[in-house]
Design a protein around this ligand. Structure first.
Ligand SMILES: *Cc1c(COP(=O)(O)O)cnc(C)c1O
Length: 385
């Protein structure tokens, strides 16, 4: 069965471009919101790095979610799209002075701090602005998320977070500094996590880590468990909305919250991935040795995930119902890694056919580059075609 795309509208638009299904985005946001109902102490901050398209940010903001930013630019994008500073958290292992100053001036709600030198620097800059910065400590919980090594972040070998073996030093430092105020703990173990066991392990580990703080009489106001919930890249039509219920329920069940404690989530991919597709035309069908290449006008500059992480995107030929043949689907960029998939079964393709690369809403448009002096892809929305 063919997926439901407005192919008549597509035929009039120059390719490649991103297409966002706004009703699916709303359905996804509704589903997440439903899971949070009745939990006033649960907060979601959308991870802006997954997709910072202004229109999409506006819609996510409409639902009352906050923003998780990892750069000054993302803070500006979030503010520009209407997110209020008190819902913005700022993470990242290498925050520059300029970015910290911007965040302090804007009055964001929390810096997620990853090292002692960063803590000292935020304290120094806050003092200059005569402010007290609210900080959470990003702890590296040493948990294997069982995902691709490039998107695993919660192992001791990764550059992220503070190892618990150093926590006494960090807490001593915190008690010395006057312009930072501790509010809670932050974690993020990786991305595209589909096995809830990883989140369960994180919850159980956080319970132990909390004990260390309470033994030292330190009140932890908030626990931020990061993001990382995965999506079904292989079956985007069967599973368009991720299982937020199972995800939230895992923390509800295994994470022991203290009275009045707030629980924060930073979901990116799971909110924005399935509503986006990269739409491209076939430039040429080229005969190779024992294979055929479908050469698209979209390349790794438009969607880098396959080249960067060997990621899978489902590919469909939207304009053919001819018998299925096998193709290597490639882009026009002068790199052998510019390949979207090998030996992909597709309805027989010819020049001009329109292909959809599915589940491209997250880490797609935002990662586009101008390599080869190519234009950046444009974006179109289902409710404004
Ligand atoms: C990337 C990131 C997220 C979002 O991850 P997803 O897998 O897209 O949900 C959340 N928090 C932090 C700190 C991140 O770096």
């Amino acid at each position: 069965m063919k997926s439901n795309f407005p192919i008549n509208s597509f035929s009039k638009i120059e390719t490649p471009f991103y297409y966002y299904d706004i009703s699916l985005l709303r359905k996804t946001l509704d589903s997440l919101k439903e899971e949070l109902a009745g939990h006033d102490n649960y907060h979601v901050h959308y991870a802006v790095k997954a997709n910072a398209n202004r229109r999409l940010l506006n819609i996510i903001n409409e639902y009352g979610f906050g923003a998780d930013c990892v750069s000054g630019g993302e803070i500006e994008a979030a503010l520009g799209a209407g997110f209020t500073p008190d819902t913005i958290v700022f993470a990242g292992v290498g925050k520059s002075d300029k970015e910290i100053n911007l965040a302090l001036s804007a009055g964001i709600s929390c810096f997620n701090v990853e090292s002692i030198p960063e803590l000292e620097n935020i304290d120094r800059l806050a003092k200059e602005q005569k402010k007290v910065a609210t900080v959470a400590l990003r702890i590296n919980p040493n948990i294997d998320a069982h995902t691709h090594s490039y998107i695993t972040t919660g192992l001791s070998e990764n550059k992220f977070g503070i190892d618990m073996s150093l926590i006494d030093k960090v807490l001593d430092k915190l008690s010395e500094l006057k312009n930072v105020k501790f509010t809670g703990l932050h974690f993020h173990i990786g991305s595209q996590i589909t096995d809830m066991d990883a989140f369960r392990s994180l919850a159980v580990r956080i319970n132990d880590i909390q004990e260390v703080f309470y033994r030292r009489m330190i009140v932890v106001d908030s626990i931020n468990v990061g993001g990382g919930l995965g999506v079904d890249y292989h079956n985007p039509d069967e599973n368009p909305v991720p299982d937020f219920h199972e995800y939230i329920e895992t923390f509800k069940k295994y994470l022991v919250l203290r009275p009045k404690q707030h629980l924060h989530f930073e979901l990116g991919r799971s909110i924005i991935c399935q509503c986006g597709s990269l739409i491209s035309r076939v430039l040429y069908v080229k005969e190779g040795v024992n294979k055929k290449f479908a050469i698209l006008d979209a390349g790794m500059t438009d969607l880098v995930r396959p080249a960067l992480y060997q990621a899978y995107h489902k590919i469909e030929n939207l304009t053919s119902s001819a018998p299925v043949e096998e193709y290597d689907v490639v882009g026009p960029i002068c790199e052998s890694s510019d390949c979207f998939g090998k030996a992909i079964e597709l309805n027989a393709a010819e020049r001009g056919d329109i292909f959809a690369l599915r589940s491209a809403g997250a880490y797609g448009e935002i990662m586009a580059s101008r390599y080869n002096c190519r234009e950046l892809p444009k974006a179109y929305f289902s409710d404004a075609l």
